[in-house]
Design a protein around this ligand. Structure first.
Ligand code: PLP
Length: 389
């Protein structure tokens, strides 16, 4: 008889999104779906930038001609995209194109990278955080080796190095769900910790394009010593609207110990045939000229909504955080209300979907996350509804 992976039974409560979908379906059975404002799932609200569409279409046409057709590409990504990323994102930081691995998503990379490490590794994961890190490590069999890094108001929601040893550390900055980012000083502490403990940091940098604060590094490799201890995972999903196209990259420096660079290359070669040529052409278009300008405008629009919601809620006397270096607002629930109770209240009274903070870990209890991936009219309307709450 087939034996299943026993670790799946260690996964706790059901994933929250199906529950939210159910509640939303119950509401939209009573009213038009268009009347509901969705500030829940952090998915893009704007169409693809024209320069990206053009590049994808012309790459597809290229493939439709005998003389320029293409089959499998390199698993780690086409050189044109890796070179453009090295030049545009890591200029002056001495990251070579060979250290950049193109992939289908930062989500995929952050959960797959743990395969490089022993199952005995002790793993530190912030709480609250993007849930996939915990899920992947539980599925792999590390349930009893996970240390939680609390992100609370007391530490300005920034995870702090623990007083004990861990081997793998997940950090997400700017962070989903809280919407805050680690500054240079916070990073320096983590790099020092990782070097001392000979640990590896997996940095989820999916929101790098949203950084505005001058003291927040645009890449962790701006911090001395990071190239010996950090793998950085970035994405075109939120910065260039690729959530439905799928394209991202991970920087796995050659200077990491244990030949991790070669191991990751081996892993990718064995397990993926890469991202399609037109999508990589589209991604490359977002890094040049018109494309860069167009995606910057999109990011700015989302961040304007974040600022509007943040300021609006504060003006109404609510406590909320984030929204400066990431498109998320972390809203403290009114006194005595749980995350789910406040979620239900927002759904029933404002016809607005947020995400109960508790869905990102126990530390998220007492908060609701709002996504600023909305159009300006929706953000204005949301504020109007909050005023009447
Ligand atoms: N990491 C974080 C922190 C995210 O919030 C998300 C998506 O919401 C992802 C990764 C997924 O990124 P991708 O679409 O590149 O897989």
């Amino acid at each position: 008889m087939v034996k299943i992976n026993p670790h799946f039974s260690r996964l706790k409560s059901p994933y929250i999104f199906p529950i939210i979908e159910e509640k939303l379906a119950a509401l939209t059975a009573k009213m038009p779906a268009s009347a509901v404002i969705n500030m829940g799932v952090g998915d893009i609200a704007l169409p693809l930038a024209p320069a990206i569409v053009k590049a994808i279409c012309s790459a597809t046409e290229e493939m439709g001609r005998q003389e320029s057709h293409r089959g499998y590409g390199p698993s780690e990504g086409y050189p044109f995209l890796r070179e453009s990323l090295a030049e545009n994102k890591y200029h002056g930081l001495e990251i070579s194109p060979e250290e950049i691995f193109v992939s289908e998503g930062a989500g995929n990379d952050t959960v797959n990278l743990q395969e490089l490490f022993s199952l005995e590794s002790r793993v530190a994961i912030p709480d609250p955080t993007y849930p996939a890190y915990l899920t992947a490590n539980i599925m792999a069999g590390r349930t009893d080796s996970i240390l939680t890094l609390p992100c609370t108001l007391d530490n300005n929601f920034i995870p702090q190095p623990p007083s004990e040893h861990v081997d793998i550390i997940y950090l997400c900055s700017p962070c989903n769900p809280i919407g805050v980012a680690m500054n240079r000083e916070a990073w320096e502490k983590w790099i020092a910790y990782a070097r001392q403990e000979q640990a590896i940091i997996i940095h989820d940098h999916a929101y790098e394009a949203f950084i505005h604060s001058p003291d927040v590094p645009r890449s962790v490799y701006e911090i001395a010593g990071a190239k010996e201890v950090v793998i950085e995972c970035c994405s075109f999903s939120k910065s260039a609207g690729f959530t439905g196209l799928r394209c991202a990259w991970a920087v796995v420096p050659k200077t990491l110990p244990h030949n991790l660079h070669a191991m990751w290359k081996r892993r990718q070669t064995a397990k993926t045939n890469g991202v399609s040529y037109p999508i990589q052409r589209g991604a490359a278009a977002s890094l040049t000229g018109e494309g860069k300008k167009q995606v910057r405008e999109q990011v700015s629009l989302y961040m304007e909504q974040a600022a509007l919601i943040h300021k609006g809620l504060r003006a109404m006397g609510h406590s909320c955080y984030g929204g400066i270096d990431a498109p998320y607002i972390w809203w403290k629930t009114p006194k005595g209300m749980s995350s789910w109770e406040f979620f239900d209240l927002l759904l029933e009274k404002c016809h607005l979907v947020g995400i109960p903070g508790q869905g990102f870990g126990p530390g998220g209890e007492g908060f609701v996350r709002l996504s600023a991936f909305v159009l300006p009219d929706k953000a204005q309307e949301a504020l109007r509804r909050f005023r009447n709450l």
